[in-house]
Design a protein around this ligand. Structure first.
Ligand code: ZN
Length: 179
């Protein structure tokens, strides 16, 4: 069983800007390890901390070369254009063709606190942009044109994709989640 439940669209934690990680320690390493297990269980190619309810700037990914973690990631260069059918574990079962830069240069830290600089292309670059968006509280549906976004929100409602009221989560305030 996955260590974490993945938060889905409608959960307020997905709309918040996550905070910089200030301490890289054993607890952070354990979080990353549990996020990787959750990502593989889903399965997905990337998972950002807010997707498991943790408002910290880190994500994990595996585009076929084994699992990696990036702490405090930042996209410092982006070039080209690439359209790719993009999905998100927080918007289960749906995907849309989305155009984004094709190559990016990502900077961040690894779990030992060493500086990382990764030049990425295509799927890896897409994954980085998608996960950094999560850390800024942005979901892929916000990358759709207005008509497609309206249609997407309708489909999400029709499919009943919403945060579980049975979750461990904080009080849900005035949000109406029962259908
Ligand atoms: Zn996502």
């Amino acid at each position: 069983m996955a260590p974490y439940r993945i938060r889905v669209v409608g959960d307020p934690v997905l709309r918040q800007r996550a905070s910089e990680v200030t301490e890289i320690d054993g607890r952070l390493a354990k979080l990353a390890e549990d996020m990787i297990a959750t990502m593989y269980d889903a399965p997905g190619v990337g998972l950002a901390a807010p997707q498991v309810g943790v408002e910290k700037r880190l994500f994990v990914y595996d585009v076929g070369e084994g699992p990696r973690t990036v702490v405090n990631p930042e996209i410092v260069e982006a070039t080209g254009e690439w359209t790719y059918e993009e999905g998100c574990l927080s918007v289960p079962g749906l995907s849309w063709p989305i155009t984004r830069p094709k190559q990016v240069l990502l900077r961040g830290l690894d779990l030992d606190g060493n500086e990382l600089e990764i030049e990425a292309d295509e799927l890896e670059a897409r994954c980085f942009q998608h996960e950094v968006d999560h850390l800024d509280g942005v979901l892929l549906i916000e990358r759709l044109d207005p008509d497609t976004r309206r249609e997407a929100l309708r489909t999400i409602r029709e499919r009943g994709i919403s945060p579980s009221v049975l979750a461990d989560a904080e009080p849900l305030g005035g949000l109406s989640l029962r259908r």
